[in-house]
Ligand binder design. Structure first.
Ligand code: AMP
Ligand code: GLY
Length: 438
């Protein structure tokens, strides 16, 4: 373990979602946690530390210099970068300096998430199991290809598209339409200049997140996310409507296979390219009849997966992050609460389409009266009267621990029932894919 410093460490967390609230909440429990800053944070993070008005999008010299100046003025020694955009934009590269720890990979590592064509190429070179795919930069060629396919495909914008750049198609016409939307109508802007067309896989989806310190890998307990807006996984995709951890879908044996066949080869491939990868590597996997296959890599903590992970993590997150930043993950003390955690997202009416903001939220205190419940804020802020109000599509992440998934889910749903904001809704079935029908 890293040697304890005599003085507390000040920390800046970049981002504003439930993930950042959960990371801040866990960091705050560390004996070494000094002042906590969030940029920009939300109404929840403001109860843990100070929300500061620092811009990080787009990543450029002006924004990076302002963050650097703030950190020097406020003695910030650890910067935790939550979201993908600043990582892919090279914020970690720009802020790196002696005496400062950055949790999150440099741009060359974050490219695994920001450039799906590159990521596929690296997977192929490293023999990592993934869907068969081809990249196209020419719309005509892509259209000819999809029309000739006899099995269903998935069309993906190669660049970052806020989790929306993927169309799972049932037939050639749908695939052709998706190609046109991305390459001709440019609905995702430059993110669709190159697209990936890949075979459609079937199976259960799981999220396996691992800490990586440049050379060591520590695989976190597996989670299952629920991306679709409606119960029974119906309706359009969202940023995630809930997640639970651990999922029984992956046995220890399969976890070892994933580590050996997915994570280790990717880390080796990056090292061969001279990239020192530090932070989280998150593999989105499909458990197919032919074994686990990678759908995508994310180069950060998942949202909402992080919320149940933090609820169950035993050990000091600050020490764990410092160990990750200093190549000492093999010495870190990480274990898990044996209980299960279910995280239910409360969203604004209309989400993932248009929704209203500024709705007053009540009942969070009552929901948290149960000691096994914690409510993380995502899209929230305070109005002039200092009420907590909605400020985004995904508003709250209501997490509960239980002896099993059924108990955790029941507690999380009961907690959601105590919370109110106009138009708010949530899925009551988080975890249904592994639960017996009542
Ligand atoms: P991605 O951002 O690449 O993870 O894709 C978003 C979602 O699309 C995934 O969570 C899956 O539900 C679905 N998806 C992506 N790739 C495939 C695939 N090859 N086969 C089936 N579904 C997929
Ligand atoms: N939970 C999906 C993501 O973080 O991308």
């Amino acid at each position: 373990m890293t040697k304890p410093l005599s003085k507390p460490m000040n920390i800046l967390v970049i981002g504003s979602g439930g993930r950042e609230h959960a990371l801040g909440w866990k960091l705050k429990q560390s004996k070494r946690c000094g002042k906590l800053f969030f940029a920009p944070g939300n109404a929840g993070t403001s109860t843990l530390g100070e929300n500061v008005d620092l811009l990080y999008e787009p990543v450029n010299t002006k924004h990076a210099d302002a963050i650097d100046y703030f950190c020097r003025q406020n003695g910030v020694e650890l910067i935790v970068i939550g979201p993908e955009d600043p990582l892919c934009g090279g914020l970690a590269d720009r802020l790196t300096k002696p005496g400062r720890y950055i949790f999150g990979p440099v741009a060359a590592g974050a490219r695994l998430e920001g450039d799906k064509a590159f990521s596929k190429q690296l997977m192929r070179a490293a023999s990592v199991p993934t869907a068969e795919a081809r990249a196209f930069s020419d719309a005509e060629a892509a259209l000819t290809y999809v029309m000739a396919r006899e099995t269903p495909v998935v069309v993906k914008a190669a660049g970052l598209a806020k989790g929306k750049g993927v169309t799972v198609c049932s037939n050639n016409e749908e695939a052709a339409e998706a190609v046109k939307q991305m390459m001709v109508k440019k609905v995702f802007g430059d993110a669709g200049n190159t697209i990936i067309i890949e075979e459609r896989l079937v199976g259960q989806e799981v999220s396996v997140l691992a800490l990586i310190d440049g050379k060591n890998i520590f695989v976190l307990d597996p989670c299952q996310d629920h991306k679709q807006v409606g119960e029974g996984d119906k309706g359009p995709n969202t940023g995630g409507m809930g997640a639970y951890c651990p999922t029984p879908l992956i046995s220890d044996k399969v976890m070892s296979t994933i580590e050996r066949e997915v994570l280790v080869p990717m880390l080796d491939a990056m090292r061969r390219d001279g990239v020192t990868y530090q932070g989280v590597l998150y593999a989105g996997l499909m458990l197919t009849a032919g074994g686990p296959k990678v759908l995508e890599f994310n180069t950060r903590f998942g949202d909402p997966e992080t919320q149940p992970l933090m609820m169950r993590l035993k050990g000091d997150l600050l020490e764990i992050m410092l160990a990750t930043c200093t190549g000492k993950l093999d010495e870190a003390n990480i274990s898990w609460d044996p209980r299960c955690c279910c995280c239910v997202v409360m969203a604004s009416g209309g989400y993932p389409g248009d929704y209203a903001k500024g709705k007053v939220i009540t009942g969070i205190d009552r929901a948290e009266e149960d000691p096994d419940v914690k409510v993380f804020h995502a899209g929230t802020t305070r109005n002039r009267e200092k009420d907590v109000v909605t400020a985004g599509g995904r508003v709250l992440n209501v997490c509960a621990l239980g002896k099993d998934l059924a108990e955790a889910q029941a507690k999380a749903n009961a907690a959601c029932d105590k919370i109110h904001f106009e138009g708010g809704f949530f899925r009551r079935d988080i975890g249904f894919r592994v639960m017996k029908k009542k």
